[in-house]
Design a protein around this ligand. Structure first.
Ligand code: SAM
Length: 236
């Protein structure tokens, strides 16, 4: 699913574990001096691209709940010597960042793994400054996956079976108060037959491939309004 990062400025091959499903920084409009938060930062791939864009005056905070990922990301950062990049261990259903902190939030192929996606969008709204925005690459579905795929651990870890319907995903964004919502990029994900054959027999495979179920990677952009119309507490 992952896109080619290697030509992006700030790319660090040690941080690229091939776990993404898009290039969220490409649409994140990061400016010099911005504070950027990366949700589910892995080994820091998007954080180092973002750091290239924020420059020395900005700040980048990666959040991930897997200790091994935090360790990898911190090791990568130590080698790079960036003083304004940090990695915090925590669950993005309760982002360990204060309200109204981030100019930009990015995330790459993570929300599909999180049980309560609505809570994550509420948290994104809380952590963004008024007028801030997010750019998130993620996996969404059209139609239902066969049970044999939906219940398979490898399909969950592979960022497929934890994904929800695209309409539901976009509704969470809208219902949580974001504006100027747009899908910047969308690509269809095709799971190779040799993987599908591990779970589906020949007839099921044929049905799945000729049916209307689609797996998509989308990169979504949205803004937290500059004013929320009901006082600052509504914005935080
Ligand atoms: C598919 S990997 C993507 C990693 C990184 N964004 C990249 O593109 O290389 C998903 C990452 O999200 C993290 N993750 C999953 N659920 C999380 C949660 N609820 N809170 C924080 N991190 C989470 C995992 O530990 C893993 O590092």
């Amino acid at each position: 699913m992952s896109d080619d990062y290697s030509t992006l400025e700030g790319y660090n091959p040690n941080a690229d574990l091939g776990l993404g499903c898009g290039l969220p920084t490409q649409f994140a409009k990061i400016r010099k001096g911005d504070t950027v938060v990366d949700l589910g930062s892995g080994a820091g791939n998007d954080c180092f691209i973002a750091r290239n864009e924020t420059g020395e005056d900005g700040r980048v905070i990666g959040v991930d709940f897997t200790p091994a990922m935090i360790e990898k990301a911190r090791t990568n950062n130590e080698k790079l010597g960036f003083k304004n990049v940090e990695f915090r261990q925590g669950d993005i259903e309760n982002i360990p960042v204060s309200a109204n902190t981030a100019d930009v939030i990015v995330s790459n192929c993570v929300l599909n793994l999180v049980p309560d996606k609505d809570k994550v969008f509420k948290e994104i709204f809380r952590v963004l400054k008024q007028g801030g925005h997010f750019s998130i690459s993620d996996v969404v579905l059209a139609g239902t996956l066969p049970d044999k795929l939906r219940n398979e651990v490898e399909m969950y870890a592979g960022c497929v079976s934890g994904a929800i319907q695209k309409e539901e995903y976009m509704a969470f964004i809208q219902q949580n108060g974001f504006t100027n919502i747009s899908i910047q990029k969308e690509k269809r994900i095709l799971i190779p037959d040799d993987i599908l054959k591990n779970y589906l027999n020949a007839a099921e495979l044929k049905n799945f491939k000729s049916g209307d179920t689609g797996i998509f990677s989308i990169t979504v952009y949205a803004e937290k309004p500059k004013t929320c119309g009901c006082g600052t507490t509504c914005c935080s």
